[in-house]
Design a protein around this ligand. Structure first.
Ligand code: SF4
Ligand code: F3S
Length: 106
């Protein structure tokens, strides 16, 4: 499955949602996750994310390995999101910020 990693936090541009053929994105307050059992590995979402937050799980950078578990856990708790929304108001400000893990609202 594909995994949403840290760069999405406080941005949530949702371009990924618009292209996903199986609607397997789930929405938290300031982050989105992919349901690992629903993702069909089509790869459509990866190039459209403005923050480059999305990776195939096999290519997830070591520093973001935790996000595989986070996507699995949070996708079973959060509501499905099937349509593109406006990005968060602070998205452009936080797009290139590092170390956003502590800002993840669960
Ligand atoms: Fe959806 Fe394809 Fe991305 Fe999986 S890889 S989340 S199926 S767009
Ligand atoms: Fe997040 Fe990128 Fe989608 S910022 S909401 S993973 S387009």
């Amino acid at each position: 499955a594909y995994v949403v990693a840290e760069p999405c936090i406080k941005c949530k541009y949702t371009d990924c949602v618009e292209v996903c053929p199986v609607n397997c994105f789930y929405e938290g307050a300031n982050f989105l996750v992919i349901h690992p059992d629903e993702c069909i590995d089509c790869g459509a979402c990866e190039p459209v994310c403005p923050t480059k937050a999305i990776y195939p799980e096999t290519e997830l950078p070591d520093k973001w390995k935790e996000y595989k578990t986070l996507n699995a856990e949070l996708s079973s708790k959060w509501p499905n999101l099937a349509e593109k929304l406006a990005e968060l108001p602070e998205a452009d400000e936080f797009k290139d910020k590092k170390d956003k893990r502590g800002m993840l609202e669960m």
